[in-house]
Ligand binder design. Structure first.
Ligand code: DGL
Length: 272
């Protein structure tokens, strides 16, 4: 048993889709969420910047006595997880490995689609993981840079013509390649699942990378005897920009109100 909180972070709001799953499957855990809303997006930046930001995010979270960190950001997981894991003496869970595993388990025809930020796709991390699990699998990857700003501006509904236009443009080549499984390699994308499903068709399985990460973290902490023993855990939210904007948008990601304090952090003060 370990009563300490779990830290969860993302470049912004997207990681809340993973936090939502964590809260459902581990209701007794205390969770501390950091969204770097002042510096989002990470996905259009170079690897050095992503690593520097991620180190600062972790340095802030580690100002709390944590038992584990969930990297609920596809971009950080794909570009910086190895370094963060080596530099920190506590378990780190990223989204790439569990999503790759879920995709390999689900595909029937070995053709796997992958969408994510430009930095996630450029990293090649998903291809490496999928290739290690199933060398015969073929990965068709497409960066979708407009998806994050659409979601951050509340434009994600399947009936929204702008969303449909952008989704069709990005996803048509993957549909035409015949993928039967599509990895949503960015934690913002589950909000677009209906719109994405509309373009891809009902026979294509969508893999929610944040949800698979939350599942893996829960299983691993349980196996190590590190789960908390309490009925109801708490949640604290920290952001690097306006707390009002966060609370308003976060309820969309969480599927309900923000039921914990939202505080502002001067993230530049942390780490190197
Ligand atoms: N949530 C981030 C991810 O999963 C996307 C947003 C960003 O570009 O920072 O990659």
């Amino acid at each position: 048993m370990d009563q300490r909180p779990i830290g969860v972070f993302d470049s912004g709001m997207g990681g809340l889709t993973a936090l939502r799953v964590l809260r459902r499957i581990l209701p007794g855990e205390d969770l501390i969420y950091f969204g770097d809303t002042g510096r989002v997006p990470y996905g259009s930046r170079g690897r050095d910047t992503i690593l520097r930001y991620a180190r600062q995010d972790v340095a802030f979270l580690r100002s709390f006595d944590l038992k584990a960190v969930v990297v609920a950001c596809g971009t950080v997981s794909a570009n910086a997880l190895a370094e963060l894991t080596v530099e920190n003496d506590l378990p780190f869970f990223g989204v790439v490995t569990p999503a790759a595993r879920a995709a390999v388990e689900r595909t029937r025809n070995g053709a796997i689609g992958l969408i994510g930020t430009a930095a996630s796709i450029r990293s090649g991390a998903y291809e490496r993981e999928i290739g290690a699990l199933d060398p015969g699998a073929r990965v068709f990857a497409a960066p979708c840079p407009l998806f994050v700003p659409l979601v951050e501006n509340g434009r994600f509904r399947a009936e929204d013509p702008v969303v449909n236009l952008v989704a069709e443009d990005y996803l048509a080549p993957l549909r035409e390649a015949g993928v039967d499984t599509l990895v949503l390699g960015c934690t913002h994308y589950p909000l677009l699942a209906e719109a994405i499903g509309k373009v891809m068709g009902p026979e294509v399985a969508l893999v929610d990378s944040g949800a698979t990460c939350a599942d893996q973290a829960a299983r691993s902490l349980a196996e190590q005897g590190l789960l908390a023993q309490r009925e109801q855990g708490s949640c604290r939210f920290f952001v690097s920009d306006s707390t009002e904007d966060f609370a308003r948008l976060a309820s969309i990601f969480l599927g309900g109100g923000v039921d914990g304090p939202v505080e502002r952090v001067e993230i530049q003060k942390y780490g190197k």
